[in-house]
Design a protein around this ligand. Structure first.
Ligand SMILES: Cc1cc2nc3c(=O)[nH]c(=O)nc-3n(C[C@H](O)[C@H](O)[C@H](O)COP(=O)(O)O)c2cc1C
Length: 185
């Protein structure tokens, strides 16, 4: 599967098959995060892979009662050693950590798609609770809880707004008059 195909096939899936995921696949998915851009190439990220069913069940509560999370076979938690970014970038550390995390998350979601898996980036979680469940040190910051697995069924494709309505040309507010190509990727 090429990247453009994976971009469109990726979906936030919230119902998974009870099917094990090969560790080699998980390794490759994490490696794709490592190859994402990172500010100053600081590579501030760390990962916790969670397979323990009891811990995953606790995640559903930590994600403010998102009950579907409890049924995910694997959860990846993405952390930032944000202090490294603070030392190098001062006030911009938070922004840079978020941006780097976002890029890493998308790489992982696309890699999962390529392997026939799907994952949802869960942004709504109680950080203290996540840290408590996984014994994450205080100086680390949690940027993502990705619940993943083999999708149980086809999911609805959430609509996107018209690209031309949010794109301007040369000046903000100036419409881009590009014709929509016959075939988009
Ligand atoms: C910052 C962010 C936070 C999100 N938080 C949640 C969440 O807490 N729970 C959830 O089920 N989906 C969450 N999502 C996934 C979105 O709901 C999903 O991307 C959106 O509905 C579009 O669907 P798609 O990803 O299948 O294209 C989040 C996505 C982003 C980017």
């Amino acid at each position: 599967m090429d990247v453009l195909e994976a971009i469109k096939k990726r979906r936030s899936v919230r119902a998974f098959k009870d099917q094990k995921i090969d560790d080699d696949i998980l390794f490759n998915v994490l490696e794709s995060a490592l190859w994402a851009p990172s500010a100053g190439n600081v590579q501030d990220k760390e990962f916790v892979i969670v397979k323990d069913k009891e811990k995953i069940r606790k995640f559903a509560d930590a994600c403010y009662e998102q009950v579907w999370v409890a049924k995910a076979p694997v959860i990846i938690v993405l952390l930032s050693k944000i202090n490294l970014l603070r030392m190098k970038f001062g006030d911009r550390a938070e922004l840079y950590a978020s941006l780097s995390a976002g890029m890493a998350i998308q790489n992982m979601l696309l890699s999962l798609t390529a392997y026939g898996l799907q994952g949802t980036h869960v942004g709504l979680y109680d950080e203290e609770e996540v840290k408590r469940i996984l014994k994450i040190p205080e100086d680390k910051k949690v940027y993502s809880v990705i619940a993943l697995g083999y999708p149980r069924e086809e999911t609805i494709v959430p609509k996107r707004i018209d690209l031309k309505s949010i794109t301007f040309f040369d000046k903000y507010g100036e419409k881009w008059v590009k014709q929509v190509p016959k075939k988009t990727y």
